[in-house]
Design a protein around this ligand. Structure first.
Ligand code: IMP
Length: 188
């Protein structure tokens, strides 16, 4: 039974400074999908999304790729503070199908220090895929410690903690349609 409290309009986006609007994200994701479609023509792809932050990017990118593909999901937990990766990563949910001999495209929400993606790429290579490439929606170069080749990049952003479009702060804000910075604390 709905109450007056949960019938209120959604106000969750109000405290954020928009860094990337929903339309800009959609346009860029379509462009990435077109580039991937061209580059992998005649091949079959396996998209590997890193949970949870990549779930919306994966959903939109997969629909922008006009190729036969399969979707896999990998759960990772990183030990560290809530805003900083330690690089010590544990697989909490593994792939359901082997990727041996497959063209794997890792779908990441954001590359910050690069520690998580570098662990992931090393791990995937031990499974003998035909190829491994990276599609990342966001890249924060200022904080990067381990450079890696991002084959398909959405946007380069400043060194701010961003949320929305899958990205969270303490598990919240993943459902914002834009990518933003919580204000006023982080907006400066
Ligand atoms: P890295 O290992 O430092 O490259 O961080 C990668 C992971 O840290 C991402 O997959 C996110 O889960 C998280 N992360 C890094 N920066 C942000 C941010 O600005 N907002 C939300 N999550 C972030």
């Amino acid at each position: 039974m709905p109450t007056a409290e949960n019938e209120r309009p959604m106000r969750i986006g109000e405290d954020f400074k928009v860094l990337l609007a929903a339309d800009d994200i959609a346009t860029r994701v379509r462009e990435l999908g077109q580039a991937i479609t061209r580059d992998y023509e005649g091949k079959e792809l396996t998209l590997v999304a890193v949970l949870k932050g990549s779930f919306l990017f994966m959903a939109d990118l997969a629909r922008a790729i006009d190729l036969p593909l399969t979707c896999e999901f990998l759960g990772l937990s990183s030990y560290g503070s809530r805003r900083e990766s330690s690089g010590i990563v544990k697989i909490t949910q593994d792939l359901t199908q082997p990727v041996k001999g497959r063209h794997v495209l890792v779908v990441e929400d954001i590359i910050d220090t690069g520690l998580t993606i570098s662990y992931l790429i090393s791990n995937l290579r031990t499974r003998l895929p035909e190829s491994v490439r990276i599609a990342a929606l966001l890249y924060k170069p200022d904080n990067n410690k381990i450079p890696c080749k991002i084959d398909y990049l959405g946007f380069t952003i400043p060194n701010k903690f961003v949320v929305g479009y899958g990205l969270d702060l303490d598990g919240c804000y993943r459902n914002l349609p834009f990518i933003g910075v919580k204000s006023p604390d982080d907006a400066a």
